[in-house]
Design a protein around this ligand. Structure first.
Ligand code: CA
Ligand code: CA
Length: 275
């Protein structure tokens, strides 16, 4: 609890400044906003220790943060300067990532309605710092589903019509032990990230489908998809395959439709070819 108290003092000391204040604070997200390290985009001061506690205004909401691509913190393995993101309201919460160097982190979504951003710099070597945009994901229609049948179809809500805004769906396929799950996407159209920043790779800052071999955020990450880049054929070896679909408040695509089949590993090769 001492960590929480320290954080409380830290954030109270800074809360007199505006929500975009330069060294920590408590932010209740009524609408999207930005926070940046002091001195951004030129250089941050030495010896910073700042924590921003971001809380959605409604308990059912989640927090989405997108880092600006102009990101630079002293590298050196994040030992001296770093920004950390915790999945909760304080530093006792699970650490989602510790970042430094000049490659901005991918977008991050909280599990609950709180997220903590912590920034630390030591007393020498300062770089440009970071800026991030935060927003609360509104609660859309309920859309999560579990699948246990040997085969089935997974589609975006309302498919083939455009999917709704503010979705936060989790689809999980459960197979018996020692089975393989194969998912084949027949159709895929999710709002693209129209202005992808220079480093290659889909960031999918608006709408995104993520796929794991295992449970979401726990299993092996298979990929993050948007635009017309279909995941194609995806295989799970763990007996659990999960997908999360998150959509923002505007612009929808046609969605996706995928077939899945569960193959028992005990089956003979010829039987496994039989779809
Ligand atoms: Ca430093
Ligand atoms: Ca969208």
């Amino acid at each position: 609890m001492r960590g929480g108290l320290l954080l409380l003092l830290l954030t109270q000391a800074a809360s007199a400044s505006a929500p975009t204040g330069n060294c920590g604070g408590n932010i209740t997200v009524e609408e999207p906003g930005y926070l940046t390290s002091a001195g951004y985009p030129i250089t941050y001061p030495p010896s910073q220790r700042c924590a921003w506690a971001i809380t959605a205004s409604e308990p059912g909401q989640r927090i989405l943060v997108n880092f600006n691509q102009h990101f630079y913190l002293e590298d050196r393995g994040c030992k001296y300067d770093h920004v950390e993101v915790y999945n909760g309201g304080d530093e006792l919460s699970p650490l989602l990532g510790r970042f430094c160097g000049n490659v901005a982190p991918s977008p991050i979504v909280s599990g609950g309605n709180r997220l903590l951003i912590k920034f630390v710099s030591d007393n020498e070597t300062q770089e440009a710092g970071f800026s991030l945009r935060y927003e609360a994901l509104q609660k859309g229609p309920e859309c999560s589903r579990n699948f246990t049948a040997p085969r089935g179809v997974i589609q975006t809500p309302g498919f083939p019509e455009h999917y709704p805004s503010n979705l936060d769906c989790t689809f999980v396929i459960f197979a018996p032990e020692a089975s393989e799950i194969a998912v084949e996407f027949d159709s895929f159209d999710v709002e693209p990230d129209a202005k992808p920043p220079p480093p290659p790779g889909a960031l999918c800052r608006h709408d995104q489908l993520e796929i794991w071999d295992g449970f979401p955020a726990v299993g092996h990450h298979i990929g993050r998809y948007c635009g017309q880049t279909s995941p194609g054929r995806v295989i799970s070896h763990t007996g659990i395959l999960s997908m999360t679909l998150i959509t923002d408040s505007s612009i929808a695509g046609g969605g996706f439709s995928a077939n899945y089949t569960i193959h028992s590993r005990g089956a003979s090769p010829s039987a496994r070819l039989d779809q």
